[in-house]
Design a protein around this ligand. Structure first.
Ligand code: HGY
Ligand code: MN
Ligand code: MN
Length: 414
């Protein structure tokens, strides 16, 4: 199939410059970004995106959960738009490309369509979804979940960070960042959604292939465990009288790792642990820790989740424990039509490509429940991500944007 003029108009240097400009916002000393949801840094990022969008003549809007939309009009504005995009919030020690790439590739694709003089029947909108990462407000993917009607706004708005600030408290900061943006309701009909993202794994780089045609996203269980013991004096309290929440939490983490992290296909992570009172001479009274379990088979994931409580209880000595799930999601597979469109765009552009399943979670998961959805991956250096050393090449980012531009033309005129 012939290729439109859009991919040729993708400008590698311009796309890279925008990445470096965005990465200055929340930049960390080690070369990453700390741009967490609804923070001052994220607000500045929103303002920068809105500035670029306005310079390009695109309409900017925000919905009630502060998802940010950049719209390129179609010849028939009444048609449901094709959406693309990702997220601009980051992990506290995040990289320059996780999320940002999908938003900037989306803007680059819109601009390439302009420069190629291409009209599309459907409008195309690039979106920055609120709080994909869930590092400050857990669990993540709040913006895309609200948009897809999968989680009520009030429940999301009430979620607070460790300091007690809620999403509702900080939403005004997001709205104030783009004062010229039109306000719209949460959720509207969408013809299709395509998200470009770095792979966050090593498969493409190892295979020497520039384009990943993503077939789906593995399931996840996000859980919490609270171990309750009792403060006691470190010097005077004998072991037999202690209810040491930190020691018993450590026993649980070790037992969970040994029982659940069985092989490379099972992914088990304890990434967050809060200790109270967290001082050297007091036996810990309470420990709260996170559990993140991933597996491609949904039944296996459900079985692993069900084992957690028993493993924790069997590790108890003198404390109490409670376990609960804060988010659960089965593995999902993307729409064949969108996957095929992405693959054929890569083939027609003579770019090496391979199908792969996503180990990382993405907003595309939530959109897949409301419209035909797919993803495009590009390699990242050594597969490193959720790490300040995250890196990608200008050429790979541009190749992904070329496939995205062609895919958007085909979907918006299809
Ligand atoms: O956790 C995830 O998979 C996503 O990158 N936040
Ligand atoms: Mn991401
Ligand atoms: Mn991420």
């Amino acid at each position: 199939m012939s290729v439109s003029d859009a991919p040729a108009a993708v400008d590698e240097a311009r796309l890279w410059r925008r990445h470096m400009s965005l990465a200055e916002i929340g930049a960390t000393a080690k070369g990453g970004v700390d741009r967490q949801a609804l923070s001052e840094e994220e607000a500045r990022a929103r303002a920068l995106l809105a500035e670029w969008a306005s310079e390009l003549g695109y309409a900017v809007s925000v919905d009630g959960i502060s998802n940010l939309f950049i719209r390129r009009e179609g010849t028939d504005p009444a048609l449901a738009p094709v959406l693309t995009g990702s997220h601009i919030d980051s992990q506290p020690t995040g990289g320059k490309f996780d999320g940002a790439y999908g938003v900037l590739a989306g803007i680059e694709a819109l601009q390439a369509l302009d420069e190629a003089g291409i009209e599309t029947a459907r409008p195309i909108e690039t979106v920055a979804w609120l709080n994909e990462e869930g590092s400050r407000f857990a669990p993540g993917m709040m913006g895309s979940e609200a948009f897809a009607g999968l989680r009520p706004f009030d429940e999301i708005a009430a979620v607070a960070d460790r300091g007690g600030t809620s999403v509702a408290d900080d939403l005004p900061r997001a709205f104030a960042a783009t004062p010229g943006a039109e306000r719209r309701g949460i959720g509207f009909p969408v013809a299709a959604f395509v998200e470009a993202h770095i792979e966050q794994g090593p498969a493409l780089e190892r295979a020497g292939i520039p384009i990943g045609v993503v077939t789906g996203i593995q399931g996840v269980r996000r859980m919490r465990v609270r171990v309750t013991g009792e403060e006691a004096h470190a010097g005077t309290t004998p072991k037999s009288a202690r209810r040491d929440a930190l020691w018993e939490a450590a026993r649980m983490v070790d037992a969970l790792q040994r029982r659940i992290h069985r092989d490379d296909e099972h992914r088990f992570t304890v990434g967050m642990m809060e200790i109270r009172p967290n001082v050297p001479s007091v036996v810990a009274a309470e420990v709260l820790f996170s559990i993140d379990i991933r597996h491609p088979d949904s039944d296996t994931l459900a079985r692993l989740e069900a084992e957690v409580d028993g493993i924790c209880r069997n590790s108890l000595v003198a404390c109490d424990v409670e376990t609960w799930t804060i988010a659960q999601a089965p593995s999902i597979w993307f729409d064949d039509g969108v996957v095929d469109t992405i693959e054929s765009a890569a083939v027609d552009l003579e770019l090496g490509n391979m199908r792969l399943f996503s180990g990382a979670g993405h907003d595309a998961r939530q959109l897949s429940f409301v419209c035909p959805t797919g993803m495009i991956f590009v390699p990242c250096e050594k597969g490193i991500s959720h790490n300040e050393a995250e890196n990608a090449s200008p050429a790979d980012l541009a190749d992904g944007a070329r496939v995205l531009a062609e895919t958007l033309v085909r979907l918006a005129n299809g």
